[in-house]
Write a protein that binds this ligand. Structure first.
Ligand SMILES: Cc1cc2nc3c(=O)[nH]c(=O)nc-3n(C[C@H](O)[C@H](O)[C@H](O)COP(=O)(O)OP(=O)(O)OC[C@H]3O[C@@H](n4cnc5c(N)ncnc54)[C@H](O)[C@@H]3O)c2cc1C
Length: 388
């Protein structure tokens, strides 16, 4: 049976100094009070233009981020590839504000698509919808209300950007994933991504949509997506995640007085995630699946389903993925058993990556057991190395 317990395999790419740094980091993240103060201090320091970036860069950034540029990420990509773990480089700029920034982000993301296509150790490219339109614009487009001419232009800019990225991915034969963010503007994102799949997934899955399985409606959405793909004779690429914005989703629903789109509890999200993955495995002729999760049970279940169906462990339609800096015990043990594994590695300037880092810090504080698990594994490996 597949085990995630082998810390020698899990941390073989980390030096003793790396292990020590990781232990200090996760030890700090285990303290919610410290994380809260750290978050306020960071934003204050950056807003005041205090020279604080070096501190973030030496701590959270070093652990969770590949570098500022594609070139700076290469060392990490090479290191992971030594152990057959592949990389996905994600230019993590969130919340598109002005056109100049969006255009710069588009240029950089296009570079990352071409870079991935040429690189043997980068099997996917990726982008965030909010890099190319504000949340407000995407929300208006999703609500189908009357909109002014400026918004019409912004919507067109978003569509053109997505088209350019998907076309480049198609022409360079590299799959491209579109991240999912808030549910209230996902309808428009889904619509555009579906159009891209119709166009570019005729021979295989190049364009991948993301399904956040903490949402109550995503299993039905998956089934409907398959129906459309069969009818339109194209392939589906699906990236499964549980979803990273639960508190925000619930808060907005309560404030605006609509039913929460999120599953009532963790168990329901877990069940929905596994049901979605199982559904795709039963339809592999039409769907390619990318499972983005740090949940041991879900990862194990996927391997069991593959075995039951007699699939090769390196079946190209099935990929496992974890975020860089988290759950190495899953990534490295899976790859050691022959499965396809990638690490999602964000890159970009410190200031732009802050929302991502704060999410990681909060996630590692708030998810019961996550930090404890990382700390316990790091400590076990330290002791193992000391003895050997
Ligand atoms: C490769 C990769 C790509 C990702 N891309 C995206 C993305 O595009 N969009 C995005 O939103 N997130 C993304 N994430 C983050 C992801 O959505 C999760 O937040 C994170 O991975 C934690 O979930 P888990 O499956 O790893 O495991 P677990 O730790 O088992 O699950 C934690 C998750 O369960 C859910 N949950 C927890 N408590 C409850 C509750 N009380 N009720 C209902 N549900 C609950 C939440 O979704 C929470 O994040 C990505 C993660 C990975 C690994």
């Amino acid at each position: 049976m597949l085990s995630f317990e082998n810390t020698e395999i899990a941390f073989r790419y980390k030096s003793n100094a790396d292990l020590r740094r990781a232990r200090i980091l996760f030890g700090t993240l285990a303290n919610p009070g410290l994380v809260k103060i750290g978050k306020s201090l960071t934003y204050f320091a950056l807003n005041m233009h205090l020279p604080f970036a070096w501190f973030i860069k030496a701590t959270l950034y070093k652990h969770f981020v590949g570098g500022e540029t594609l070139g700076e990420c290469e060392k990490t990509v090479q290191l992971l590839s030594k152990f057959n773990v592949k990389s996905i480089l994600d230019y993590s700029v969130e919340g598109g504000k002005d056109h100049e920034t969006m255009q710069r982000t588009l240029d950089e993301t296009l570079r990352s698509v071409i870079h991935a296509a040429k690189h043997p150790d980068i099997p996917f490219s990726v982008f965030k919808p909010t890099a190319f339109a504000s949340q407000q614009v995407l929300t208006l487009a999703s609500e189908n209300t009357t909109i002014d001419s400026e918004t019409v232009k912004d919507i067109q800019y978003f569509k053109d950007s997505v088209e350019k990225l998907c076309k480049t991915a198609f022409e360079n034969d590299i799959p491209i994933m579109i991240d999912a963010e808030d549910s209230w503007y996902q309808p428009f994102v889904d619509q555009v991504v579906t159009e891209m799949m119709e166009k570019y997934n005729k021979q295989k899955a190049i364009v991948y949509n993301t399904l956040q399985m903490y949402r109550t409606d995503r299993l039905d959405f998956l089934k409907e997506s398959l129906r459309k793909a069969e009818e339109g004779n194209y392939y589906l690429g699906i990236k499964f995640v549980r979803g990273a914005y639960m508190e925000k989703e619930r808060l907005r629903a309560a404030e605006k007085g609509y039913p929460s789109p999120i599953q009532p509890d963790k168990a329901a999200t877990d069940q929905n995630y596994d049901a979605g993955v199982a559904f795709t495995l039963a339809h592999l002729d039409r769907i390619s699946v990318f499972s983005g999760s740090h949940n041991e049970k879900s990862n194990r279940l996927l391997t069991e389903l593959m075995e039951k169906q007699g699939l090769a462990r390196n079946e190209n339609k099935i990929w496992f993925s974890q975020l860089y800096g988290m759950s190495d015990h899953i990534s490295f043990n899976l790859t050691d058993e022959g499965y396809n594994v990638t690490k999602y590695i964000p890159y970009g300037p410190v200031r732009n990556i802050l929302p991502y880092l704060i999410r990681r810090a909060e996630e590692n504080t708030s998810i019961a057991g996550q930090t404890g698990r990382e700390l316990a594994l790091l400590e076990r490996e330290r002791l193992r190395r000391k003895k050997s």
